[in-house]
Ligand binder design. Sequence first.
Ligand code: CA
Length: 312
Amino acid sequence: MEKQKVILDCDPGHDDAVNILLAGKNSGIEVLGITVVAGNQSLEKTTKNALNICQYLGLNIPVYAGCGQPMIRDKQLLAGDIHGESGLDGPVFEPLKRKEEAEHGVQFIIRALMESDGDIILVPTGPLTNIAMAMRMEPRIIPKIKRIVLMGGCYQLGNVTPAAEFNIIADADAAHVVFTSGRPITMVGLDVTRKVLCYPQVVERMEKIGTPAARLFVDLMGHFNKSQKQVFGWEGGPLHDPVTIASILDPNLLVTKPMYTEVDIRSVQSYGRTNCDFFGYSHRAANADVAVDIDVDRFWDLIESGIRAYGS
Ligand SMILES: [Ca+2]
């Protein structure tokens, strides 16, 4: 099978870290670069986290720091309640030797797409600032994007407000730019990621693999599950971001439904909501394939084989 070329645009973040792990040594995926954005923590911290994950896993993937602030709003929303002070509390890493590339993340996205044959999938798992900035700086990249598989939004309940999900509300203007870009979008929202809860038996299953990659997973999930329980009362946290790469690896993983989806960038109460026209009331052409269901067993099998790909 030909490898699918991807750019991971992320804000690590525990679930972003597992997404990097899942993509990093997969025979079906080629990661061209990791671009980092502020989100779960400040840009400085999320960039350091991305580098730490790559160094720990021995992944030679270039890491580019992108935007540290939303496109228009002046205050960056962070998620320290879930991801801790560092943005990746839990694992203890060796001193960091790796450095980010000199090129800005947005410039890298533009360059990679302009030099491509239109075969790159963008996989954003943080606020969409880098992707939207790239689209505005160089609109010629837009037709070159093969598709966008993003974690964000929900057609049911949000996780920051009843209406909105974190990645979208953190930069709703950027999300608006992306959802109106005209490129094919798969929206992996909370509606499906809340079905892949990382219960203790999942953690035990991965721990038995007994390798450094498995250790990283266990250390990440130890903190993540603790904070998810404090904030939401769940025994296992939803492993949001890896559903993106898992769905690229297995096109049958998700059930999706085409929906016209509009990001609310106007209201107060529902700001940042992805309004998904589930029933097609608007008669407007769908701009997103919205994930509505997931094969949960298959997902954990993909995570297990992703960990096993790192060997002993
Ligand atoms: Ca994320």
